[in-house]
Write a protein that binds this ligand. Structure first.
Ligand code: MBD
Ligand code: FE
Length: 271
């Protein structure tokens, strides 16, 4: 986490930003001749998004990617990506061999997410923590959507002494954001679809370096070029490799094809 700015500089930047926001929104209202009735509709709409549990979803879909782009422009290390509305701190810590918490017979193709964590000088980082969360085969997130066991497909695990990690999970499908709430209503009105490409969310931490939030997408996947949250970036797309060779499957103790995806996270220095 960044060190806190001094009280004086924070105050003046916050003041500048708030004044600019005020001016931008007032100009917007004049441009579109927003009436009192429309103004009340808008304020009530924002209240409704909170009441229906979409307080973060609405903004994350439209605006979060811009903030990660701005951060990535001045950042070293591998790119960050949007966190989205469904991260929860305190996921279970796994013991090796790492397998994500899942139900017996969890649907979806088996996926081994493998990779490395290093610093900007290329030094592998042992004991870095990965905090992984993603949707199940129905595109649903545990602890958010009903009827899924607590912490399903959410967990933390560490890199080994060479900075490498491997975790077994399932391949998530493209994710359809809730259509029936206020965010869906906005998207419908704008004529947009509701899908995000399939993705893994991950936070990576190491005691001496800056924490990062990223997301891995799969090359060739649906919705990569029209993500409803417009959050796919080149450096975040990795190859999903299918292993359907009998000997490969046997070596993994599996009777069916499985997938691997590999990614290298590079942590920037602590600010
Ligand atoms: C998600 O899983 C997500 O990543 C975003 C940005 C919005 C809704 C659900
Ligand atoms: Fe997501």
């Amino acid at each position: 986490m960044s060190t806190a700015p001094t009280a004086a500089s924070a105050t003046s930047r916050t003041k500048d930003v708030l004044e600019d926001l005020e001016q931008v929104l007032l100009a917007f209202m004049r441009k579109h001749r927003i009436t009192h009735e429309q103004y009340r509709f808008a304020t009530q709409f924002l209240v409704d998004t909170v009441k229906q549990g979409e307080e973060s979803l609405l903004y994350d879909v439209f605006f979060e990617a811009e903030s990660t782009d701005i951060g990535n422009r001045t950042r070293t290390g591998s790119p960050e990506a949007i966190e989205g509305p469904f991260y929860l701190a305190g996921a279970p810590e796994l013991q090796e061999p790492y397998v994500m918490p899942m139900r017996d017979g969890e649907r979806g193709d088996v996926l081994f997410f493998v990779g490395k964590v290093r610093d900007v000088e290329g030094k592998p980082l042992a004991g870095a923590e990965l905090d992984l969360w993603h949707a199940d085969a129905d595109g649903l997130y545990s602890n958010i959507h009903p009827n899924i066991p607590l912490w399903n497909l959410r967990a933390r695990f560490k890199t080994d002494s060479n900075g490498n990690f491997e975790v077994r999970t399932i391949v998530p499908p493209p994710y359809e954001i809730p259509k029936d709430g206020p965010t869906g209503q906005v998207l419908k009105t704008m004529g947009r679809h509701f899908f995000r490409p399939a993705h893994l969310h991950v936070k990576v931490r190491h005691s001496e370096l800056a924490e990062m939030t990223s997301q891995i997408y799969f090359l060739g996947g649906q919705y990569l070029d029209n993500d409803v949250a417009n959050a796919v970036r080149d450096g975040l797309v990795a190859t999903l490799e299918c292993h359907d060779d009998e000997s490969d499957m046997k070596s993994r103790g599996l009777g069916r094809p499985y997938y691997t995806v590999e990614y290298e996270f590079v942590l920037a220095p602590a600010h």
